[in-house]
Design a protein around this ligand. Sequence first.
Ligand SMILES: NC(=O)C1=CN([C@@H]2O[C@H](COP(=O)(O)OP(=O)(O)OC[C@H]3O[C@@H](n4cnc5c(N)ncnc54)[C@H](OP(=O)(O)O)[C@@H]3O)[C@@H](O)[C@H]2O)C=CC1
Ligand SMILES: C[C@H](CCC(=O)NCC(=O)O)[C@H]1CC[C@H]2[C@@H]3C(=O)C[C@@H]4C[C@H](O)CC[C@]4(C)[C@H]3CC[C@]12C
Length: 290
Amino acid sequence: MAVREISVVCAVDCLILLISFLIFPVQMLKGKRVIITGASTGIGEQMAYHLARMGAHVLITARTEAKLQKVVTRCLELGAASAHYMNGSMEDMALAEDVVKEAKQLWGGLDMLILNHIGYTYFNYFDGDVEYIRKLLEINFLSYVAMTVSALPMLKESGGSILVVSSTAGKIGIPFVAPYSATKFALDGFFSSLRQELIIENINVSITLCILGYIATETAEKTVSHVMQKPGAPKEECALEIIKSGALRKRELYYPYTIVRIALLIRDWAPEFLDSLTRNSLNVENVKKS
Ligand SMILES: NC(=O)C1=CN([C@@H]2O[C@H](COP(=O)(O)OP(=O)(O)OC[C@H]3O[C@@H](n4cnc5c(N)ncnc54)[C@H](OP(=O)(O)O)[C@@H]3O)[C@@H](O)[C@H]2O)C=CC1
Ligand SMILES: C[C@H](CCC(=O)NCC(=O)O)[C@H]1CC[C@H]2[C@@H]3C(=O)C[C@@H]4C[C@H](O)CC[C@]4(C)[C@H]3CC[C@]12C
């Protein structure tokens, strides 16, 4: 695709982005019933706070109860219509289903399911550990499917939304994240296919796949700051963009917009060039085989 075409596509995309920003009324989420997973810290925590400011009902999950309690308290201070938590590991599919059952108990329904949690992710050469990949697939992928299966009846009733938080590493090959990348690619395959089926059956449930670049969360910075050549994007703005894209029922979100959008454009027209750009965007010499 010539530079002219790329610039036209980007210009149109930027216009769409500007319009969607202008038409997003925050009262869209007032009183809405929302589950946010992985919300004890990072992007999930910030999404809970934005939803609280918008007057939504929030049910948050993660493993660390003490952190969840603090987030719930802060959500109530910020104006949440209600705020509850359930703690446990998403290795356990029963927990995944129980969170949805709790929403039914609390609210009698559900408007938005935000699937955000991830298991421990290392940033290094793949070490051949297949069992680790199996476990990460359960936490990062199968629990998302299990929650979706449990939540769909309520979401069909409300005409609700599913927000799936993924990554640039779920769309292009990035070194040192092979197991994690596999789980994110799986999300794209499953939820993009499910979205087609919902459209065919005229079921009014939207699925938004959120493709994120490097975001400045505590975990990510701890894991990769020694390799990254630029700081991560702000988690607070990232969280708001995810919520807005879900509320506007967008098909996909790219954040930071320009970095991710251009990477995907190059991927389709010059994949080897993108691979080289990606490698050069990292201080690979700082990654020591463990
Ligand atoms: N930060 C970044 O650079 C990028 C992030 N993303 C995506 O954004 C999302 C959030 O990332 P980020 O905020 O950085 O992640 P964090 O590591 O900050 O937060 C992860 C959350 O998941 C929870 N969690 C971890 N293990 C489990 C488990 N076994 N079961 C249930 N919950 C668990 C953690 O809480 P607890 O430990 O208490 O369980 C925490 O609340 C992820 O889907 C990630 O892939 C995508 C691209 C880039
Ligand atoms: C290194 C990736 C960004 C590559 C890129 O876009 N370069 C061009 C440029 O920056 O201009 C990072 C994109 C996604 C990140 C990973 C991710 O998806 C989240 C994980 C979160 C975890 O807590 C830590 C590490 C992550 C694997 C994170 C690592 C950096 C990215 C691959």
